[in-house]
Unconditional design. Structure first.
Length: 310
């Protein structure tokens, strides 16, 4: 372990070198070590690397940005407290997300770092209070020029933010709902739609959710995702049902009437998940059918029996 400490100390000391070549070599080595050796991550943090890495995110040179961001991502797996206790870290991550000079690879590592930090529940309100970070993540997913990997990493970070209920209002204020539903309607990549619907399900679980969804025909889009003809994955269908369930719980009779007024097709989609979905999907679908006052079953000839209990 002492050898690792000496190695980390030597590399971190080189981060302040006047030689650009020396700094790049040290960054590259720290990135590799922090990825391959979990034991050295806390040592690198203890040796004072994080302030240097944070400052390097302001660099205009892609190789500096990318290696610093990737190293911070690796360190975040094991040393979240060290990162969050570093003054200016969140500001540096925000800059990396927002700056037009940041390379796509650095943006992706930065968004992934935020998602890693958001695994810790106590950091969700802290990160969620940084409106510039939330705005930057939302801007990534609504920008048609954003690489797919950047969109996926931003969605995962937004999901982590949305797990703290009080953050959802801010996300709605900053335009998250239109950006998310634009992805659902226009982006055909299954992985992107799965991640987007996971955030949508969380966004539906707040007081402002029903009104925000109404502005983007959200219920219609969610119902369409349950249609077998759309080819939605099982995860997409479960997320769509979770979103509808949250909307009914927070929007009351108006949302219930909106869903039931869309015809028998919506009940077929819910019943399919209730009968053949994952355990989580079956539970969510059964709860939604109960809220909608619908009972479901199959006749011996295979036709649906869906009747209102109201």
């Amino acid at each position: 372990m002492e050898v690792k400490r000496r190695t980390a100390n030597s590399l971190v000391s080189k981060l302040s070198s006047v030689s650009e070549k020396t700094r790049i070599e040290a960054l590259c080595e720290l990135r590799l070590l922090s990825k391959s050796d979990p034991e050295i991550r806390p040592i690198i943090a203890d040796e004072g690397a994080i302030p240097y890495l944070s400052e390097t995110l302001y660099s205009l040179t892609p190789i500096f940005q990318e290696n610093a961001a990737a190293t911070l991502l690796n360190l975040s797996i094991s040393t979240r407290e060290s990162l969050m206790s570093t003054p200016g870290l969140l500001d540096a991550l925000s800059h990396a997300l927002r700056s037009p000079s940041t390379s796509p690879a650095a943006v992706q590592s930065t968004a992934a770092t935020l998602y890693s930090l958001l695994i810790e529940e106590s950091y969700r309100p802290i990160i969620g209070s940084k409106r510039d970070i939330l705005y930057a993540l939302i801007d990534i997913i609504k920008n048609p020029d954003s690489p797919g990997r950047s969109i996926k990493d931003a969605l995962k970070a937004l999901f982590g933010v949305s797990l703290y209920p009080l953050n959802r209002h801010t996300m709605i204020e900053l335009g998250a709902v239109p950006a998310l539903f634009s992805l659902l309607v226009k982006d055909g990549r299954v992985g992107v739609v799965e991640d987007a619907t996971a955030v949508v399900a969380q966004m539906a679980a707040c007081e402002e959710g029903p009104e925000a969804f109404r502005g983007v025909s959200g219920i219609r889009v969610l119902v369409d995702l349950l249609d077998p003809s759309t080819g939605s994955s099982g995860r997409i269908k479960v997320n769509a049902i979770s979103a509808l369930l949250n909307l009914v719980q927070h929007g009351g009779d108006k949302i219930k009437e909106k869903i039931t007024g869309m015809g028998v097709g919506v009940f077929d989609g819910i019943a399919d998940v209730a009968e053949s979905g994952s355990p989580k999907g079956k539970s969510k679908a059964a709860a939604l059918m109960k809220f909608l006052d619908v009972s479901g079953g199959l006749h011996s000839n295979g036709s649906r029996d869906l009747s209102s209990n109201s």
